[in-house]
Write a protein that binds this ligand. Structure first.
Ligand SMILES: [Zn+2]
Ligand SMILES: [Zn+2]
Length: 115
C-alpha cells in the first residue's frame, strides 16, 4: 500500500450515473456494473480530484455535477431562482461531506474560495 496518494475517484457511466471508487477508478471504455440499471456499462469519463453533488432538502432535487465546483454552485443558485428561495440546499463532495449550504431564504453571495 502506498500512502500519500489519492487513488479515489469517480467515473461517469454512459447512462449518466456516477460511481465512486475507493481505489483505482476504471479508465474510459472499461465496462463496469451499474447498480442503478442492473447491467454492464462503459465508463464515459473519469474524474480527477474532487467531484461535487448538490442536494435540495426541500424538494429532493439532486444532481451530480462532476468536477466543476462552480457549475455545482451555479446549479444550486439556479434551482432556488426557479423553485423559490425557501429551498434549502447543500453542496457535497463524493464522501457526502457538506462543503456549502444555502439556508432557507438566505441571500447568497457567490463567494468563491481563494485558490
Ligand atoms: Zn446505468
Ligand atoms: Zn428544491
Amino acid at each position: 500500500m502506498t500512502s500519500g496518494t489519492h487513488l479515489t475517484g469517480e467515473v461517469l457511466l454512459e447512462c449518466g450515473n456516477i460511481l465512486f471508487f475507493e481505489v483505482a477508478p476504471p479508465v474510459k471504455g472499461t465496462e463496469v456494473w451499474c447498480r442503478k440499471h442492473g447491467k454492464m456499462e462503459k465508463v464515459e469519463k473519469q474524474f480527477r480530484g474532487e467531484t461535487y453533488r448538490i442536494k435540495c432538502n426541500t424538494c429532493r432535487y439532486g444532481r451530480n455535477c462532476g468536477s466543476g465546483r462552480l457549475a455545482a454552485e451555479t446549479a444550486m443558485v439556479r434551482h432556488r431562482t426557479k423553485r423559490g428561495m425557501h429551498h434549502e440546499m447543500v453542496l457535497m463532495n463524493a464522501q457526502h461531506k457538506i462543503l456549502w449550504k444555502l439556508e432557507a431564504n438566505q441571500v447568497e453571495t457567490l463567494e468563491l474560495p481563494n485558490f
